[in-house]
Design a binder for this molecule. Structure first.
Ligand SMILES: *[C@@H]1O[C@H](CO)[C@@H](O)[C@H](O)[C@H]1NC(C)=O
Ligand SMILES: *[C@@H]1O[C@H](CO)[C@@H](O)[C@H](O)[C@H]1NC(C)=O
Ligand SMILES: *[C@@H]1O[C@H](CO)[C@@H](O)[C@H](O)[C@H]1NC(C)=O
Ligand SMILES: *[C@@H]1O[C@H](CO)[C@@H](O)[C@H](O)[C@H]1NC(C)=O
Ligand SMILES: *[C@@H]1O[C@H](CO)[C@@H](O)[C@H](O)[C@H]1NC(C)=O
Ligand SMILES: *[C@@H]1O[C@H](CO)[C@@H](O)[C@H](O)[C@H]1NC(C)=O
Length: 324
């Protein structure tokens, strides 16, 4: 709040008195002095700027102290606005100062700066005092992440992720899958210190995974870890040209016949074919007959195998001569 300007004050005595009253009322009702926020979390090495709220301006002295009381021997720094001068106190380490708006500034914050601080704002109307707490936290470094195996079989293997924090102090560890926090459930379990995350995965859980270390003043996350997931086949999908009906393909002698075998699997399936239980020299998912003859008639079996999950499926179809 600034006093009214000169031209306004000169505009008639009634108006002048009214304005002065309004100004005094505003000063009297100056809100309570508070530190914003009352509790400040900072990381070691940071520069801190602590605001105050509700302080008068104009002819004021802002004085900061260590501790919860305004004791002379605990003074850090004082700003005398009328003299535009700064006076360091006995507790000043050369890192503390006050701005001309009364804000405390501490550079290169150290753990030993943790504690109470008190500010006194003195103006001709009286003085106000406020106390707050500064908590200095460890600067966190990026943690490392390791995984027990980067390639896993869906629903079979248990994968273990381990977080290796690069700090020794007080911090929390949180795991993330696909940027969403992971908590213990039917799939995941955590070690008591949260450093290890264990669980099974399905084909959709490829990642990314990461861990994050945090304290109230800062946080760091590890690199992203992805998984290669092996799965399938769940089913085998057979089709043919000409199409088959009730497990039978009816084709004309001399025509072309193609049988398709499809699966979804990781890694892709290996294929084998049998005709009447005799292995054919085919390793594709497609089997083609050019110019069908009587010798091609019989029961064809497609066998699909995932060499990693060791799941094997097969499907059969019978080829007969049209009209036979
Ligand atoms: C200041 O803190 C000390 C201990 O830290 C306590 O004994 C004392 O009562 C507090 N004084 C005020 C004014 O809060
Ligand atoms: C505080 O800041 C003022 C203005 O920048 C400067 O003149 C003064 O020397 C500083 N005082 C201390 C104790 O650092
Ligand atoms: C501010 O401090 C100076 C120097 O100690 C003192 O002379 C002056 O009266 C103080 N001002 C107020 C408003 O308390
Ligand atoms: C953490 O890692 C940084 C570099 O990333 C290294 O400078 C620092 O010494 C490490 N600290 C610990 C506690 O291992
Ligand atoms: C482990 O994580 C849970 C939340 O997922 C948290 O409540 C707990 O405090 C953490 N414990 C440690 C030691 O980090
Ligand atoms: C397969 O078996 C069927 C029925 O037993 C027979 O008609 C057909 O000739 C056989 N095909 C071959 C190539 O052996």
């Amino acid at each position: 709040m600034k006093p009214p300007s000169e031209p306004l004050l000169r505009a008639g005595s009634y108006c002048k008195r009214f304005l002065l009253t309004a100004y005094l009322l505003a000063s009297m009702t100056t809100s309570e002095l508070i530190l914003v926020p009352e509790y400040l979390n900072k990381v070691q090495g940071d520069t801190l700027s602590w605001r105050i709220h509700g302080a008068p301006t104009g002819d004021v002295n802002y004085t900061w102290y260590r501790g919860n009381e305004s004791i002379e021997g605990k003074m850090l720094v004082s700003y005398i606005s009328s003299l535009l001068s700064w006076i360091p106190g006995p507790e000043n380490t050369g890192r503390e100062n006050v701005t001309d708006r009364g804000f405390l500034r501490i550079t290169e914050v150290e753990f030993s700066d943790t504690g109470n601080y008190t500010v006194v704002v003195a103006s001709p109307e009286g003085s106000q005092e406020a106390t707050g707490w500064i908590q200095v936290w460890e600067k966190l470094f990026q943690p490392d992440i390791t995984v027990s195996q980067a390639a896993v079989v869906e629903y079979v293997d248990i994968v273990n992720f381990t977080c290796h924090p690069n700090n020794t102090g007080d911090f929390q560890i949180q795991w993330y899958y696909s940027y969403v926090p992971v908590s213990e459930d039917y799939q995941w379990s955590l070690s008591s210190d949260n450093r290890t995350l264990s669980g099974w995965v399905s084909r959709f859980h490829h990642g990314p995974y990461y861990c994050q270390v945090s304290n109230p003043a800062n946080s760091q996350r590890s690199a992203l870890q992805n998984l290669q997931i092996y799965y399938g086949p769940d089913s085998i999908d057979m089709s043919s040209i000409p199409f088959f009906y009730l497990g039978t393909i009816n084709a004309k002698l001399g025509s072309d016949v193609t049988v398709y075998c499809q699966t979804t699997a990781q890694p892709p399936c290996l294929y084998r074919w049998l005709l009447n239980d005799t292995a054919l020299d085919v390793t594709n998912s497609t089997f083609s007959i050019r110019t069908m003859s009587w010798g091609d008639v019989g029961t064809y079996r497609c066998i699909a195998e995932n060499p990693t999950t060791q799941v094997v499926l097969y499907s059969t179809v019978t080829l007969q001569v049209h009209g036979d």
